[in-house]
Design a protein around this ligand. Structure first.
Ligand code: F6R
Length: 610
């Protein structure tokens, strides 16, 4: 049998009813709310009287619910799990929960247990029988082992986790102590939602947001339980830490629902005017707290992955114009690029929607070890990144459920513009014109959204049969081109690459032949003439030119096969508007090709693995 550490990214959900009502439908609902964290397999464990019932299978939650008849079951206490595997087979037996030998202890887990092989061998020598190939299963057997020595159940969990090397968010249900849901956290997110008639435990706030906004964010080392009348938490790393302070989640429950939109991605694209408006207000308030750090730093590394790296690159281009010494670094490359040079006079500005991305957290840990100050820009207020940063700014984008980043990319850019304004204010430098443009973005976007959508749909009809595309831009247009290209490739599965437009003639142009789509990000700035020259070169080799250009631009229009006109505003802000038609283009191409844009294959929303 092949036995592997699972390296999974998952969603965990649990509920206990305070007044003995059936929780199964809500447990299913919580899991659906977390489906963006993984959708390879799912499973449930609940107590039926004194029996522990487990139901699990590979496949989607909807299929599982249909086939298993889980909604016919009743229970007032249960746990559940949705899994996305990067290693290890997707199978019914590997789905969580995982049981001990007796079948009395059910464990759901997010994370990786590095030393599970040696623990498993040790437990097998003691006679434990394993059923799955997962690392998680060692946890239920370890707890069983310590519990059988006469410890309390909580003590048995504590002893078990002392043996674990790796990361975990754990939720445990047992018939030995059936009035409680137990939990432990180390390096993976876990939070408690405190409702009037129920208490929830979950990987993320959207899981329970429709029933309560009151949450406790667990910290590394926290271990405890929720019962009908008690929430008990102690911290095994720092026993002096009291209970975490409850927070009031500032998100609206509707934000975590699709409403009348067919997909979360489309809803979140349309939400951008509101999300940007909220972000401007919330970042404006918080940015003052980081100005001195930034002005006193020798160097600022801006670190992120995927779309968060592209917004970081935007910030690098923008901040360089204003004399700030910054460099955007891909999080997974940080160690090699900056690991030997970053020091205590530097700032690492970590950018992450989820605040859980492994690569970004790893970069932060490296920088922290070398004494650098960590400032993070996150969307998820309960995130690990926020907890390990010296200072953190939470954007106001609201929950993003679609796997592809949309509103969090535009709000990251808006955040960087606002932060720059606050820095320049402190230096007595005028940045009012740019801020005036930024404050107009929500209204302009609302007015233009339908138009962008219709245009994108038309272009998508033509693009849907294509196999490749280039996205080109210069200066501030380049990070936007990168983002547009990533969207198309990740949700519409069209091979797409992005280059600084000038670089495209140093090789990529060899691929151009009749009908090859080239998407040009044409800004009204000093790079305009160079962009036009590049378009002519592409066109003369047969490329189909799709131009996003400033409204009324005759010259670029005449060279283009398709155009999307973008309303004028300050050149440092206007690129935010360009990203929206690109998101819509990727969305429509994906839908026209028959794909689900909310669940791109092989991808999960939070990439918490190496
Ligand atoms: C792309 C996308 C990913 C994320 C990346 C970082 O649409 O969503 O590329 O941007 O995985 O995620 P966060 O921002 O959560 O660190």
């Amino acid at each position: 049998m092949q036995v592997e550490a699972e390296t999974v990214m998952c969603g965990i959900a649990a509920i206990i009813s305070k007044n003995f009502r059936n929780v199964i439908p809500k447990l299913v609902r919580m899991l659906k709310n977390l489906e963006y964290r993984g959708y390879d397999s799912c499973g449930f464990a609940f107590l039926d009287g004194t029996s522990l019932v487990v139901a699990k299978a590979k496949g989607t939650i909807d299929n599982f619910v249909k086939k298993s008849g889980i909604l016919k079951q009743t229970s007032d206490i249960g746990i559940a799990h949705t899994r996305w595997a990067t290693h290890g087979a997707v199978s019914d037996t590997n789905a969580h929960p995982h049981l001990d030998c007796s079948g009395d202890i059910a464990v759901v887990h997010n994370g990786i247990i590095d030393n599970f092989m040696e623990l498993r061998e040790e437990l097998e020598r003691k006679g434990h029988i394993f059923r799955s190939e997962t690392d998680t299963e060692v946890i239920s057997h370890l707890i069983e082992h310590y519990y059988s020595q006469g410890k309390s159940f909580l003590e048995a969990i504590k002893m078990a986790i002392r043996k674990l090397r790796g990361t975990y968010a754990l939720v445990i249900l047992t018939r030995h102590d059936g009035d409680k849901i137990f939990f432990a956290r180390n390096g993976q997110p876990l939070m408690i939602g405190v409702g009037n008639s129920e208490i929830y435990v979950a990987s993320d706030i959207p899981a329970f947001l429709e029933w309560t906004k009151k949450a406790l964010i667990l910290r590394d080392g926290d271990i405890g339980f929720v019962s009908r009348n008690e929430i008990y938490i102690e911290n095994v790393i720092n026993p002096d830490l009291g209970m975490p302070e409850p927070i009031e989640v500032p998100w609206d429950p509707d934000q975590a629902q699709k409403g009348e939109f067919p997909f979360f991605m489309l809803k979140e694209i349309y939400e951008q005017p509101d999300a940007i408006q909220r972000t401007i207000m919330s970042v404006l308030h918080k940015a003052e707290g980081i100005v001195d750090d930034i002005l006193n730093a020798d160097f600022i590394y801006i670190v992120g992955a995927g779309s968060s790296y592209y917004s970081s690159l935007y910030a690098q281009y923008l901040y360089a114009r204003w004399g700030l010494r910054t460099m955007a670094v891909i999080a997974s490359e940080f160690e090699d690029i900056a690991g030997h040079v970053v020091d205590r006079n530097d700032i690492v500005f970590a950018v992450s929607q989820s605040g859980e991305t492994f690569d970004t957290i790893q970069a932060v840990k490296i920088a922290k070890k070398r004494g650098a100050k960590i400032i993070s820009l996150v969307n998820n207020m309960g995130s690990t990144l926020r907890m390990i940063s010296d200072k953190s700014i939470v954007m106001g984008a609201g929950p993003e459920i679609g796997v592809a980043a949309t509103k969090t990319f535009s709000t990251q850019i808006a955040s960087f513009i606002v932060i720059l304004k606050v820095i320049l204010d402190a230096q007595g430098v005028d940045y009012e014109e740019q801020m005036k443009s930024l404050s107009m973005v929500p209204r302009v976007l609302s007015e233009k959204m339908k138009h962008f959508d219709e245009k994108a749909m038309l272009i998508a009809e033509w693009m849907k049969t294509k196999t490749d595309a280039f996205f080109l831009g210069r200066g501030l247009g380049y990070p936007i081109a990168l983002e547009g290209s990533l969207k198309l490739k990740e949700i519409a599965y069209i091979h797409s690459e992005s280059y600084p437009a000038g670089e495209s003639k140093h090789g990529p142009i060899a691929l151009i032949e009749k009908g090859f789509p080239v998407i040009e990000i044409i800004l009204n700035d000093k790079n305009y003439d160079a962009m036009i020259a590049g378009i002519q070169e592409m066109k003369s080799r047969g490329a189909m030119i799709i131009s996003l250009l400033p409204e009324g631009d005759q010259k670029a229009s005449e060279l283009s096969d398709h155009i999307v006109e973008i309303p004028h505003m300050h050149e440092e802000v206007m690129p935010i508007l360009y990203v929206v038609p690109l998101q819509l283009l990727a969305y429509h191409v994906a839908v026209k090709r028959g794909y689900d844009p909310d669940k791109p294959r092989n991808l999960a929303k939070s990439v918490t693995v190496k």
